[in-house]
Design a protein around this ligand. Structure first.
Ligand code: SF4
Ligand code: SF4
Length: 342
């Protein structure tokens, strides 16, 4: 689903932020005209889903007007607002329209302060219990450190009788770290992740992974069996906790400048202007050609080299950002060979 980034500004400063190439580095907001252009681009092939992201999208000075425009636009099927939940109060009437879903990224009171945490909980209370948005709100938590105490999200979910949570496994900041093996990264974090899953299981909470899914090969047979029993225990038929597909599709995040990136994890790889493409589908195809094809071809480790799941395009070994530099080099080589052939 394509997203429109309304602003680079954020009222928090989360250590794991996926959009850290942009957020709070500049103060640009999208202009209203550019917002309309982005919507037109996304919907010109027919009714479509879209997301609003930031920074913190609610900080955009025209946010109310943007929400009303979306409510009135019949070509937008549904819109998901990705928010930290702090500044929702002025927009309760618009947000509770059936057009919207909310993904509220939650942080602990120790990280953001008790007062802010209480404000978020109050906004959730209004939306869930007074505006009946229960089925259109998902909470999310970012698992960014093995030391992270997730009691806060469990308590929040329990408070609102919610049983699903989006679990984002954050990745290293690829712009500053050396090349890392993703399989080694997942193996290293596996025990902490397993402990977290056990706590969720004890509290009748079944998470689903955001885009960065652990490859199935990191689990032992015993661990796989435990995860399957966990899902069976809560009657969950469809889940990405244990699937063999560790892959992602181009998201298409449109920046305030109307440049687009494949996703934030690959934002430094390449930015293109949406005006150079006829549709979102074409833009996604462009990134599939440039990025995803190579991500399957490039093996993360010796096991991946021979692996059926890589060869049959079921597994890129987690986030493609891990392979960003290799993909860049592969593209440079291909471009050089093609230029040489012309
Ligand atoms: S490459 Fe895939 S897993 Fe990584 S940030 Fe982008 S969409 Fe998410
Ligand atoms: S390609 Fe195969 S060996 Fe490599 S991470 Fe995926 S499942 Fe594991």
């Amino acid at each position: 689903m394509p997203n429109i980034m309304l602003t680079y500004r954020c009222n928090l400063n989360c250590p794991y932020c996926f959009a850290n190439e942009f957020v709070n580095k500049q103060s640009t907001d999208i202009t209203f005209d550019s917002f309309l252009s982005a919507v037109h681009f996304i919907t010109k092939d027919g009714p479509a889903f879209l997301g609003l992201i930031g920074g913190e999208p609610t900080l955009h000075k025209d946010f109310k007007n943007i929400l009303r425009t979306i409510i009135e636009d019949r070509k937008i099927k549904e819109c998901t607002v990705y928010t930290n939940g702090l500044e929702l109060e002025p927009y309760i009437d618009e947000i509770s329209s059936p057009k919207f879903r909310l993904l509220v990224n939650c942080n602990s009171p120790e990280t953001i302060g008790e007062e802010r945490f209480a404000k978020i909980a109050k906004n959730l209370d209004v939306l869930i219990n007074q505006r009946y948005m229960r089925d259109r709100i998902n909470l999310g938590v970012n698992y960014y450190s093995d030391d992270l105490d997730c009691s806060f999200i469990i308590e929040l979910l329990n408070r609102f009788d919610l049983h699903r949570v989006r679990l984002s496994l954050t990745v290293p900041d690829f712009s500053v770290c050396d090349t890392v093996s993703s399989v080694a990264f997942f193996r290293q974090r596996k025990q902490g992740l397993m402990n977290l899953l056990r706590r969720f299981c004890d509290n009748a909470i079944v998470p689903y992974y955001d885009c960065n899914k652990p490859p199935v090969c990191i689990w032992t047979d015993e661990e796989k069996q435990w995860i399957q029993e966990y899902l069976d225990r809560y009657g969950v038929k469809e889940s990405n906790l244990l699937e063999t597909n560790s892959l992602c599709y181009p998201v298409i995040d449109i920046l305030p400048t109307l440049e687009a990136v494949r996703c934030f994890g690959m934002s430094s790889f390449e930015k293109v202007n949406i005006c150079d493409f006829d549709s979102v589908t074409d833009l996604a195809s462009y990134f599939l050609n440039r990025v995803d094809c190579e991500a399957y071809r490039i093996a993360d480790c010796a096991d991946c080299q021979a692996c059926y799941y890589r060869k049959t395009r079921h597994c890129t070994a987690g986030c493609i950002g891990f392979k960003s530099e290799f993909i860049r080099k592969a593209n440079e080589t291909i471009d050089t060979v093609l230029i040489g052939n012309n």
